[in-house]
Design a protein around this ligand. Structure first.
Ligand SMILES: [Zn+2]
Length: 278
């Protein structure tokens, strides 16, 4: 990581120091002063110009002096030169700065343009959300570890799962929610201490639920089970008649959406349209 940023210097001007005498060899008007400009660089890209330094060299005896060792005469001559023929810093020493300013200006323009376009075409940029997802999220919010006695389906399931479940799970903390939609039954469980079960064995929880549904056999009219198991933070297992996600860590809860019915037609068209465009 050394030297990725720091200061560098470049020579910007060479001038003669008139009416001077070299203190070493006594030659007159023999000094050439080189002016260097220091700049701050980052990865060798000049970012900010800093200060200037001057080094005078006697062309006769080759002795050189930095500015702190200039004689009064040399000092005076340099001041004169600076007035008549100043050493200007090259523009490129600040170019990194300019590039950064230009870059931010372009980024701001692009994002303002995006905001402007969106505010003028709200329809085009509206993000379509499957309305079934809102229904599912509302049902997930209704998970409860307290099951009402009149909710016979859930109660039977809870009693069965409590008996069958293993792995040190505290059964009184498991939250349940069930909901029927024609011949479909949505079964949601929330097991907040699911981390006590190794992820590769978690899919057995689905087996427990399925066995319990077969055993309790709540209603003959139900032919399809949509089972989702929530962990502390996210959905960890999903199994439906059409799909399953049983890796045991992060499951796609959207697989449960067919429980609420078919995908809205408008969304389907939009997705097909975007596939064609791509
Ligand atoms: Zn000299």
């Amino acid at each position: 990581m050394l030297f990725f940023f720091g200061t560098r210097a470049s020579k910007v001007k060479e001038r003669k120091l008139k009416r001077t005498t070299c203190p070493y060899c006594q030659t007159q008007d023999s000094f050439v002063v080189s002016t260097f400009s220091k700049y701050f660089h980052f990865f060798w890209i000049p970012i900010i110009p800093l200060f200037k330094t001057h080094i005078a060299e006697c062309t006769h005896c080759k002795k050189s002096y930095d500015k702190t060792h200039f004689t009064q005469e040399m000092q005076h001559s340099l001041e004169n030169e600076n007035r008549l023929n100043p050493a200007k810093r090259p523009l490129w020493q600040g170019c990194g700065c300019l590039v950064l300013v230009a870059f931010f200006a372009i980024m701001m323009t692009i994002s303002f343009y995006g905001v402007y376009m969106r505010s003028n075409n709200p329809e085009k940029y509206k993000i379509e959300v499957d309305p079934r997802l809102a229904l599912l999220n509302a049902d997930i919010d209704r998970l409860s570890s307290i099951v009402q006695t009149k909710d016979t389906v859930t109660l039977a399931l809870k009693q069965c799962v409590d008996d069958d479940i293993v792995g040190g799970i505290s059964t009184e903390d498991i939250a349940y929610f069930t909901k029927q939609n024609d011949d479909k039954l949505l079964i949601l469980l929330e097991i907040r201490d699911i981390k006590k079960i190794d992820s590769k064995y978690r899919k057995e929880l689905i087996d427990v639920v399925e066995d319990c549904m077969r055993y309790t056999n709540p209603k003959d009219s139900i032919t399809q089970y949509f089972i989702g198991i929530e962990g502390k933070w996210n959905t960890v297992l999903v199994k439906t008649p059409f799909d399953e996600d049983l890796g045991g860590r992060f499951a796609d809860k959207q697989l449960l959406l067919p429980f609420y019915g078919d995908k809205p037609i408008a969304l389907e068209e939009k997705e097909m349209g975007s596939v064609l465009v791509e």
